[in-house]
Design a protein. Structure first.
Lengths: 307, 202
C-alpha cells in the first residue's frame, strides 16, 4: 500500500513545473456547498459529488447517490453540477458533469468615424467538464479510484477540448480518514483551442496534488485539514463540522481556505449549514467577496441524495 | 430451499423498489433544480439596461452614432418611457443618481477587440461626462479581484470625453491571464458608473 501512495505522489509531482498560464479549472470553486463550507477540503466527500474530487471517495456510496450543486456569482456566472454514482458488484461507478456559463458577452467593433467602440453582436460562454470515475475497495479500509476527465469550452466560434485523468487513494479508519489524489495526473496534458482564424492555441491543464484528512475529535465534532499543491504553492485548508446532540440532522460547518489569484496566495472564510433528512442532504454555504462595489457575498446550494 | 427462494425474491423486489425510488428522486430533484436556473436565466436575458444613461439626450446621440446597433430604436423608445430593457451584455448601470455634478459614462464601456489575446492586448474605451477620478476593478469568474487601479481626474482614464486605456500583459504585472471571462467595474466617487465583461483567449 505504501508503494501505491508513493506512485500517486510521483505521478503528481512529476509534472509540477511552473507554467505561465494554466487552464482555468472549474473545480477550483468547489464541488458542493458542504465542501466549500469546510474550507474546500476535498477527497472526503461521502456522496456522488466526490467524483469531482478524489475518485476513490466514491467508495463511500452505499447503493446509489446523486448530487446537485448550483450558484450564481455577481449575477453573471452560472455554476452548476450534477453527479451520479452507483454501487456495482465490481465497485462504485460515478459520473459527473460541471458547467459554468456567462451570457450576452459583447463582440465589439470600432466606429470608423468617431473611433469609439460599439457592440456589434453578442455571444455566450460555456465551460464544462465531464468525469467518469471508478472506485474499488482493496479491503475494508483502503480504496483506490481513477476518473477520466473531458474538458470542453465553447464561446462564439471558439471551441476548446482536452482530456486527462485523476487518480486517488483513500484510507478509512473508525476515527479518521486520509485522502490523497492527483488531479490532471497525466503531466503535459493540455486543452487545445481552435481559433476562428484557423490557428490553434493551448493551455496547460494544471496538476494538483491534494492530501487531506478528517478526524473525529469528539462525539458530534469533526475536524478537516488539507494541503493542496498547485503551481508549486502549498495551499492550506482547514474546516470543522459540528452536529448538535439535540438536532442530529443538522450540521454546522465552517472553514478557511487558501487559493491562488494570479500568482498571489489569498485566503477566505466560509460558513455553512446542512440538513440531512432520511438520506437527503440539503446544504448552504456562504463566502465573502472582497472589495466588490456591488456584491459582498457568494452563496452556494447543493443537494445530495443517498439511497 | 423455499425460504431461500423467498429471500431472493424479496431482495430482488427490494432492489427494484430502491431503483425506482432513485429514479423518482432524480426526476424530482432535477425538476426542482431546473426551476431556479431557468428563472435566473430568464431574468438575465431581460435584465435591466445595457446602456449607462443619466442624460437620455446625450445617450441618444451616442447610440445614433453606433452603426450596426439594431436595438437602438427600441432602446430609444423604451428610454422615453423610462424603461430600459437590454440584454445585460455591456455597461449596465442605470441612472446612479441625478446629481449632474458627478461624472457618468455615456454609452457603453467596452473592450476592443473582444475576445482578445492578452499577448496582443486590447483597449478599454468609455466616454466620461466630465473630468473625474475613475477606479477600475477587474474580477475573474470566481469573483476574485485580480486588478484595481485609479485613474486621476484630468489624466488618461479620467478625462472628460472618450478615454481609451491599454490592457495587456503589463497591466497585470506581466502575468498572463488564463483564458476565460473577466468582469470590469468602473466607479467614481464610490458610485458604479459602468460595468461589462471581456474574454481572453490563449
Amino acid at each position: 500500500m505504501n508503494k501505491l501512495l508513493i506512485a500517486v505522489l510521483l505521478v503528481g509531482l512529476g509534472g509540477s513545473s511552473v507554467v505561465a498560464t494554466d487552464y482555468e479549472m472549474l473545480t477550483d470553486l468547489g464541488s458542493s456547498a458542504e465542501t466549500i463550507a469546510l474550507g474546500n477540503v476535498e477527497g472526503l466527500n461521502g456522496s456522488a459529488s466526490g467524483i469531482f474530487e478524489n475518485p476513490a471517495a466514491l467508495k463511500s456510496v452505499e447503493h446509489n447517490s446523486i448530487g446537485l450543486f448550483m450558484t450564481t456569482l455577481m449575477d453573471e456566472v452560472y455554476y452548476k453540477n450534477i453527479s451520479l454514482a452507483s454501487r456495482m458488484p465490481v465497485g462504485v461507478i460515478g459520473f459527473g458533469y460541471s458547467e459554468a456559463s456567462v451570457f450576452n458577452i459583447p463582440i465589439s467593433a470600432e466606429n470608423s468615424i468617431t473611433n469609439e467602440y460599439y457592440v456589434k453582436d453578442y455571444f455566450d460562454y460555456r465551460d464544462s467538464l465531464m468525469k467518469l470515475g471508478y472506485s474499488v475497495e482493496l479491503d475494508s479500509e483502503w480504496a483506490i479510484g481513477a476518473s477520466y476527465v473531458y474538458y470542453l469550452r465553447t464561446f462564439g466560434a471558439i471551441k476548446a477540448t482536452g482530456a486527462n485523468f485523476d487518480v486517488g487513494v483513500l484510507l478509512t479508519k473508525p476515527n479518521y480518514s486520509l485522502s490523497l489524489f492527483a488531479r490532471n495526473a497525466a503531466s503535459g496534458g493540455s486543452v487545445n483551442f481552435s481559433l476562428p482564424d484557423g490557428t490553434m492555441s493551448s493551455e496547460k491543464l494544471p496538476l494538483e496534488v491534494v492530501g487531506s484528512g478528517k478526524y473525529n475529535l469528539m462525539d458530534g465534532m469533526t475536524t478537516y485539514g488539507q494541503v493542496k499543491l498547485r503551481r508549486g504553492s502549498p495551499l492550506i485548508s482547514v474546516g470543522g463540522k459540528f452536529i448538535p446532540r439535540e438536532f442530529a440532522s443538522l450540521e454546522l460547518n465552517a472553514g478557511y481556505r487558501q487559493y491562488l489569484v494570479l500568482d498571489r496566495v489569498k485566503g477566505g472564510l466560509a460558513l455553512g449549514v446542512s440538513v440531512d433528512l432520511m438520506g437527503i442532504k440539503a446544504s448552504y454555504s456562504f463566502e465573502k467577496i472582497e472589495d466588490h462595489p456591488q456584491y459582498d457575498n457568494k452563496s452556494y446550494f447543493s443537494v445530495s441524495i443517498n439511497l | 430451499m423455499g425460504r431461500k427462494k423467498g429471500a431472493r425474491e424479496f431482495e430482488m423486489w427490494y432492489r427494484i423498489k430502491r431503483g425506482f425510488e432513485f429514479l423518482i428522486g432524480v426526476l424530482l430533484i432535477g425538476t426542482l433544480a431546473a426551476i431556479p436556473v431557468a428563472a435566473a436565466q430568464t431574468v438575465e436575458k431581460y435584465s435591466f439596461v445595457s446602456y449607462t444613461v443619466l442624460n437620455p439626450a446625450i445617450a441618444t446621440a451616442n447610440i445614433n452614432t453606433s452603426p450596426g446597433n439594431a436595438d437602438a430604436s427600441f432602446l430609444l423608445l423604451t428610454m422615453k418611457w423610462g424603461i430600459y430593457f437590454g440584454d445585460g451584455g455591456i455597461s449596465s448601470v442605470p441612472n446612479p443618481d441625478s446629481d449632474s455634478s458627478k461624472a457618468f459614462i455615456i454609452g457603453p464601456a467596452l473592450f476592443y477587440p473582444n475576445p482578445f489575446k492578452q499577448s496582443v492586448g486590447a483597449h478599454l474605451g468609455y466616454r466620461l461626462s466630465r473630468n473625474a477620478d475613475v477606479d477600475i476593478r477587474i474580477f475573474d469568474m470566481r469573483a476574485n479581484q485580480i486588478f484595481k487601479t485609479r485613474y486621476n481626474a484630468g489624466v488618461a482614464g479620467g478625462i472628460a470625453g472618450y478615454n481609451r486605456l491599454v490592457m495587456n500583459r503589463q497591466t497585470f504585472n506581466g502575468f498572463e491571464l488564463s483564458s476565460g471571462v473577466y468582469f470590469f467595474i468602473l466607479s467614481s466617487d464610490d458610485r458604479v458608473i459602468a460595468k461589462g465583461k471581456f474574454v481572453v483567449v490563449p
